[in-house]
Design a protein. Structure first.
Lengths: 116, 111
């Protein structure tokens, strides 16, 4: 398996522009998570999906952020309009409950976003 | 909400030395995950602990969960430069599937 795939790996944009981050979870995984990592706040959960349905989006910072999962193999995180304070590394992770009832999350390589 | 405190925040050791990283929770831990992250890369899953007193090892890394299930430690024996990175502990929030993460421990191993 290729693992969790994220694109792009790096994104540099100007303030006010729309940014779309993409994620392909591991095939067969039924949970998908979006995280944001910064030096100041560490790793924060933004939103997660179960079977393509958003379960908890309480970590989404504000209305400028939106996430979708149109099918089991694809999710997007969109920021519109982007601001310099959105600069961070955004991670996608996926998981499935195994026979021992553990829910290990497997992370993608992340997208490093810089908003100028 | 659950909070995880990791200590130390950073650690510099000479190659070959042993070291321990701690993760303390404000609430009972239902599932405790250890991850390693190298700069600019994603998190790599190391180990997961569920039961009080449980201990798991992989190569030179051993993780333990105390009997009260509120503290976990990660011990590295005979450290190598390849062990360098950020170690993060993550905990399940009760019955929810999301993880809350500690702030991480930056490990540097000097050759």
């Amino acid at each position: 398996d290729a693992g969790v795939i994220q694109s792009p790996r790096h994104e540099v944009t100007e303030m006010g522009q729309e940014v779309t981050l993409r994620c392909k979870p591991i095939s067969g995984h039924d949970y998908l998570f979006w995280y944001r990592q910064t030096m100041m706040r560490g790793l924060e959960l933004l939103i997660y999906f179960n079977n393509n349905v958003p379960i908890d989006d309480s970590g989404m910072p504000e209305d400028r952020f939106s996430a979708k999962m149109p099918n089991a193999s694809f999710s997007t995180l969109k920021i519109q309009p982007s601001e310099p304070r959105d600069s961070a590394v955004y991670f996608c992770a996926s998981s499935i409950r195994d026979r021992s009832r553990t829910d290990t999350q497997y992370f993608g390589p992340g997208t490093r976003l810089t908003v100028l | 909400s659950q909070e995880l405190e990791q200590s130390p925040q950073s650690l510099i050791v000479q190659e070959g030395k042993n070291l321990t990283i701690n993760c303390t929770s404000s609430k009972t831990l239902y599932g405790l995950y250890w991850y390693k992250q190298k700069y600019g890369e994603g998190l790599i899953f190391l180990m997961m602990l569920q039961k009080g007193g449980e201990e798991k090892s992989h190569e030179k890394i051993t993780a333990k969960l105390d009997e009260k299930k509120q503290q976990s430690s990660l011990h590295i024996t005979a450290s190598q430069p390849s062990h360098a990175g950020i170690y993060l502990c993550g905990a399940e929030s009760g019955s929810a599937r999301q993880l809350t993460f500690g702030s991480g421990t930056q490990l540097t191993v000097l050759p």
